[in-house]
Design a protein around this ligand. Structure first.
Ligand SMILES: Nc1ncnc2c1ncn2[C@@H]1O[C@H](COP(=O)(O)OP(=O)(O)OP(=O)(O)O)[C@@H](O)[C@H]1O
Ligand SMILES: [Mg+2]
Length: 423
């Protein structure tokens, strides 16, 4: 084992991260103002940390002490914000204070109460007084994030799509191939309407892989001066299957593709309003905008080949993203091109140890299968739906979207066994 590999592994003798809860998708909140009135410092600290979370990046959040009494006093003379968060502190006059607050609250202001086990007011009494959400303390950062965001994601007119970013730990590892196949499985098998955005504007292959004539796609959206609206994005999408569309890369070299950090924000936000699942094919670059695309995604998949440079890079990407997203799921990773003939490889166990989690898949190297798919503009599942690799893509799709584990295909005998044992 090389010294570097040993060092990479030694730095990671930590317990594995907790398992991801299924379907725990918290959509980002819009540009809102939130004012919190806390009773204890622990709650105030949790609310302040929540203000740092990516999903509240657009919100303006302020924290004061003094609880409900301070809130009532403050709003006698000041307009109320979009959201007021109140810590009850187990007060016996909770209902009276809420009544007083409602007399000074602007219509449209939403109220979250951080309660206490000592509270003995029935939930429906709180709802009757205009409380939109009640969270029992002690609260963690993520409880606050979830409570605030859920006030705005419940609207029926707006879909709040989840963004899945796929990136390679090195160039050429197969990140785009995996992004396209996984997105195809999300649309086809999990039946979520999905859009793939090819962010490799100069060299992207999504239009080839999906056998689409290159359209203007993402370049038109990102280079136009006005904020893109849903109608514009709709015109730029090419339809790949019933539920899958593509915002293709131009893959032309007349211009260069240097972007500001926020260049894609408006495009992602607009798509999120209409599309349940957005898969970003992020090129292997470390720039302001690629970093932002990764940090802002709901879920991340890092694709690595089983060698040392991939291991080091994957570890660095993971560490950076974990630090930037302390309240999020840890990014997932998968191995690709495993078992390439005559190539020495770092085994799955060493990857798992260094990256402190298991890969969501270890996809075998298969030049015939992948080469045929790439040259025909087909997905692997279109060549062979029951191929082990197709099933792996479906499993990755399920893990990324929180749709549970793939059921093991039943053996030949299982229908008979079921009859016999009545299972
Ligand atoms: N498991 C595999 N077995 C064999 N070939 C594969 C496998 N996965 C991907 N490939 C092939 O590897 C090549 C590179 O794949 P792809 O373009 O998806 O990589 P990438 O990481 O997105 O590269 P880039 O850094 O250029 O964006 C393609 O020709 C693809 O067909
Ligand atoms: Mg690529």
């Amino acid at each position: 084992m090389s010294d570097i590999k040993k060092k990479l592994e030694q730095a990671s003798d930590l317990p594995p991260p907790p398992a991801r809860p299924a379907n725990d998708h918290i959509a980002a909140a819009p540009r809102i103002s939130v004012q919190a009135f806390c009773e204890i410092e622990e709650t105030a600290a949790a609310v302040r940390s929540a203000g740092e979370d990516r999903r509240l990046a657009k919100a303006h959040l302020s924290v004061k002490m003094g609880g409900m009494a301070a809130a009532v006093e403050a709003y006698h003379n000041a307009p109320t914000p979009n959201v007021i968060l109140l810590e009850s502190g187990g007060r016996s006059d909770l209902v009276a204070l809420l009544d007083e607050l409602s007399s000074v609250c602007d219509p449209g202001t939403r109220v979250i109460v951080v309660g206490n086990e000592a509270d003995d007011v029935p939930y429906r009494e709180l709802v009757r007084r205009g409380v939109n959400d009640y969270v029992v303390g002690p609260v963690g950062v993520i409880d606050i994030v979830r409570s605030i965001c859920s006030l705005f994601s419940a609207s029926e007119t707006v879909t709040t799509g989840r963004v899945i970013a796929v990136v390679g730990a090195k160039g050429g590892v197969g990140a785009s191939t995996i992004a396209h196949n996984v997105a195809w499985a999300i649309a086809r098998n999990l039946m979520l309407d999905s859009v793939v955005i090819d962010l490799d504007l100069a060299f992207g292959t999504a239009s080839l892989d999906y056998n689409q004539d290159p359209l203007q796609g993402i370049a038109n959206a990102v280079f136009q001066p006005d904020r893109p609206d849903s109608a514009l994005i709709d015109r730029l999408l090419s339809k790949c299957t019933d539920r899958l569309s593509l915002l293709a890369a131009p893959a032309t070299l007349e211009r260069v593709y240097d972007f500001g950090v926020n260049a894609f924000d408006a495009i992602f936000d607009t798509l999120r309003m209409t599309t349940p699942c957005i898969v970003l094919d992020v090129p292997h670059q470390w720039t302001g905008w690629t970093r932002r695309a990764l940090e802002g995604a709901d879920d991340i998949l890092i694709v690595a080949e089983p060698d040392l440079a991939n291991l080091r890079n994957a570890k660095n990407i993971l560490a950076t993203l974990k630090a930037a997203r302390p309240n999020d799921h840890v990014p997932l990773f998968c191995l690709n091109q495993v078992g390439m003939p005559r190539r020495p490889e770092i085994d799955r166990g060493s990857f798992a140890k260094t990256l402190e989690s298991q890969p969501v898949a270890a996809i075998p190297f298969d030049s015939k299968l992948f080469g045929t798919a790439a040259n025909n503009g087909q997905m692997i599942a279109e060549i062979s739906a029951n191929h082990r690799t197709s099933r792996m893509f479906l499993e990755v799709a399920r893990k990324l979207t929180g749709h549970g584990d793939v059921k093991k295909p039943k053996g030949l005998l299982s229908p008979i066994k079921r009859l016999i044992v009545g299972g």
